[in-house]
Design a protein around this ligand. Structure first.
Ligand SMILES: C[S@@+](CC[C@H](N)C(=O)[O-])C[C@H]1O[C@@H](n2cnc3c(N)ncnc32)[C@H](O)[C@@H]1O
Length: 193
């Protein structure tokens, strides 16, 4: 078993949500095709997606934000084992308050699903001219399109918020959005015009 499979197994055994296979494969293909060099990620968890993205190309640099201290520690360890500490920097913070002057080719938003608009607004000034935002979980396990199947009130509210955000990115004339409902848990690539 390779290191990335170990991380994936750990995530599944410990109920740490990570990107689905289809989603991460799609994202890595995009990174390679578009020759992405700089990435900001919101929601590191244990470093699975940042390690996968860094491995797309040897000169990719990643800043990644994670709010939970215990996950930051595991992510840093995994990144060290993968010999990627010089290219992936884990910031222990709330992504919606992370301050940087850097501009990125790709900003991957995968933290709190109800806060996607907040993160996007916060990082509007940090995306390169031809850069993109990428969002995962826009179908939220099929519940966004079948909200009556959501069991709890909290989930119903969350699903409603994701739907509002998804409708906004798909319809706002100031955005150029490619939404892929069949990839992973629903992925979108958004360019601000
Ligand atoms: C779906 S997981 C990220 C999975 C990871 N991108 C992967 O595929 O390997 C979402 C993570 O976002 C973190 N998170 C939630 N709210 C956050 C915030 N405001 N700032 C930073 N991280 C946050 C959670 O603790 C969780 O670890």
């Amino acid at each position: 078993m390779n290191k990335i499979d170990d991380i994936k197994n750990y995530a599944h055994e410990n109920h740490v949500p990570i990107m689905l296979d289809g989603g991460i494969e799609f994202l890595c293909e995009y990174i390679k095709k578009e020759k992405i060099k700089t990435i900001l990620e919101c929601g590191t968890a244990i470093g699975y997606s940042s390690i996968q993205m860094a491995n797309c190309n040897p000169d990719i640099l990643i800043d990644t934000c994670e709010i939970k201290k215990e996950l930051v520690e595991i992510a840093r360890k995994n990144i060290e084992v993968a010999s990627l500490t010089n290219r992936i920097k884990v910031h222990e913070c709330d992504a919606s308050t992370f301050q940087t002057d850097k501009k990125y080719d790709l900003i991957f938003i995968d933290a709190a699903k109800a806060q996607y608009k907040k993160y996007m607004d916060h990082f509007l000034g940090n995306v390169n001219k031809n850069g993109v935002f990428v969002f995962d979980n826009l179908c939220f396990h099929g519940l966004v399109d079948n909200p009556s199947e959501a069991k709890s009130r909290n989930t119903k509210q969350l699903v409603r918020k994701i739907k509002l955000f998804r409708d906004w990115i798909c319809n706002d004339p100031g955005l150029d959005t490619q939404f892929y409902p069949m990839i992973g848990d629903g992925v979108a690539i958004v360019k601000v015009k």
